[in-house]
Design a protein around this ligand. Structure first.
Ligand code: FMN
Length: 139
């Protein structure tokens, strides 16, 4: 059985809601899934997981959240190896450039990003289904 961690930061709950659906989608495929707020995860825990989903909304100016999520991402990105990874998050002010920046950073670090998903504001039923499909892709 594949073991998956879903690790997220969320200020107002939109990315948190996405994370729950990503976890549901992976569980539906038979994976064992642990859901973490970013403050409860660190690089020493990577060895416990076959695949990971990282969630963070657009913050700053098309950036990751700087206090907790960016440091965690910088800590783990060089240690993910061949593990499958998906990236997701919510945005509101622009057109999803933060996720393009994040994917480029992941590519520079040779992270095995298999899929990603940006959702405008709060996810509705269609977006929740897309989040579940994202989780299923990891399982
Ligand atoms: C400090 C701050 C910075 C933000 N920067 C951006 C941004 O650069 N681009 C964007 O599209 N949205 C930006 N937003 C909007 C959030 O990404 C959006 O409200 C998102 O839905 C929040 O997700 P969350 O509920 O998971 O925190 C920003 C919001 C805040 C509070």
């Amino acid at each position: 059985m594949s073991k998956i961690a879903v690790v997220y930061w969320s200020g107002t709950g939109n990315t948190e809601s996405m994370a729950a659906s990503v976890a549901d989608g992976a569980r539906e495929q038979g994976a064992e899934v642990d859901l973490f707020q970013v403050s409860d995860f660190d690089a020493s825990m990577l060895e416990n997981y076959d695949a990971l989903a990282f969630g963070c909304p657009a913050m700053g100016s098309e950036e990751l959240e700087s206090e907790e999520f960016q440091p965690l991402w910088d800590e783990v990105k060089d240690h993910l190896g061949e593990r499958k990874v998906v990236l997701f998050g919510s945005y509101e002010w622009a057109d999803g450039e933060w996720l393009e920046n994040w994917k480029a950073d992941a590519e520079d670090a040779s992270v095995n990003v298999v899929d990603s998903l940006a959702v405008y504001d709060a996810p509705g039923p269609q977006e929740q289904a897309a989040c579940q499909a994202l989780g299923a892709a990891l399982a």
